[in-house]
Ligand binder design. Structure first.
Ligand code: SF4
Length: 62
């Protein structure tokens, strides 16, 4: 299964985060100004990788 995470070093923390808008599972949460992917909610579709203009979403396979 692949997991997805937002790299804080690349994320620009834009208020209109496209990753948050485009995630069909509403798995992107914002906490103290930082964005995270809730792995319990994520469906693993991978749409967020292309949605982020900063390339901040990273995919890992285990
Ligand atoms: S992989 Fe799909 S469900 Fe998971 S955070 Fe990305 S867009 Fe949302």
């Amino acid at each position: 299964m692949n997991t997805f995470a937002i790299n804080p070093a690349r994320c620009d923390r834009a208020p209109g985060c496209r990753v948050k808008k485009e995630c069909p599972a509403n798995a992107v949460i914002q906490l103290d100004g930082n964005y995270y992917i809730d792995l319990n909610t994520c469906r693993g579709c991978g749409l967020c990788v292309k949605a982020c203009p900063k390339g901040a979403v990273e995919e890992s396979s285990f």
